[in-house]
Write a protein that binds this ligand. Structure first.
Ligand code: SF4
Length: 212
């Protein structure tokens, strides 16, 4: 289905769009417990995308395995601290590690991680109770560095429709990054798609136009 849709839009796969991915989702054993979180639904996207792996916690020098970290709300500010070592603060290091990410047309994040999660990372209050959810600190850094790129997490990619939406948006982002005047042509080509996919492309075009 994805291949057919890309062909309808005249998107070629000669130079697949680069997309950042949380390294544990494609099988790198980099988690705090020494394991990975391989997801077939993510790895299969390599047929259409160039997946670039990043593990921000390893990137800032933490070992594997390592003590767990979490987001705490401290005096109204989100801080990433060690669960058992609350005086160790990783907030700025994780946020700034986003500078290591080279040009990408999308990003696939690991849900619920205090570093990578997108709106799903638990935030704890000073009593240790979960108070809310937020985005991980590395995720926040990537959002600031690449405004308007398509984001998702592995949970949004479990359905074929979710994977198709994401890949279309990524190709759309790549086309507009290369030629910002291509929006009308993309809209015209998208008319041959089902309404759901037209909407995904329109959302991507509008999100990039809002940032010009
Ligand atoms: S920091 Fe991100 S990439 Fe590294 S193990 Fe945690 S969720 Fe995976």
């Amino acid at each position: 289905m994805i291949t057919d849709l890309l062909a309808k839009l005249d998107f070629t796969r000669d130079a697949p769009p680069p997309v950042g991915v949380s390294a544990c989702l494609v099988g790198d054993a980099v988690r705090y417990d020494g394991d990975h979180k391989f997801q077939t639904a993510v790895a299969e996207l390599e047929e259409w995308l160039e997946l670039r792996r990043y593990c921000p916690e390893v990137g800032i020098g933490l070992p594997v395995p390592r003590p767990a970290i979490e987001i705490r709300n401290i005096d109204g500010e989100e801080r990433v601290r060690g669960v058992d070592e609350p005086d160790r603060d990783f907030t700025h290091a994780l946020h700034d590690y986003a500078r290591e990410v080279t040009t990408v047309d999308g990003y696939i994040f690991k849900a619920r991680s205090p570093s990578c999660g997108w709106d799903t990372a638990p935030v704890f209050d000073e009593t240790g109770a979960q108070a809310s959810t937020s985005s991980g600190l590395f995720n926040q850094g990537v959002q600031a560095r690449f405004p308007g790129i398509p984001f998702c997490d592995e949970e949004m990619l479990q359905s074929e429709a979710g994977r198709t939406d994401f890949v279309l948006r990524v190709y759309c982002h790549q086309a507009l990054r290369r030629n910002p005047d291509a929006a009308d042509a993309l809209r015209h080509q998208s008319k041959s798609l089902a309404p759901r996919y037209q909407d995904a492309m329109e959302e991507q075009i509008a999100s990039m136009a809002a940032r010009q």
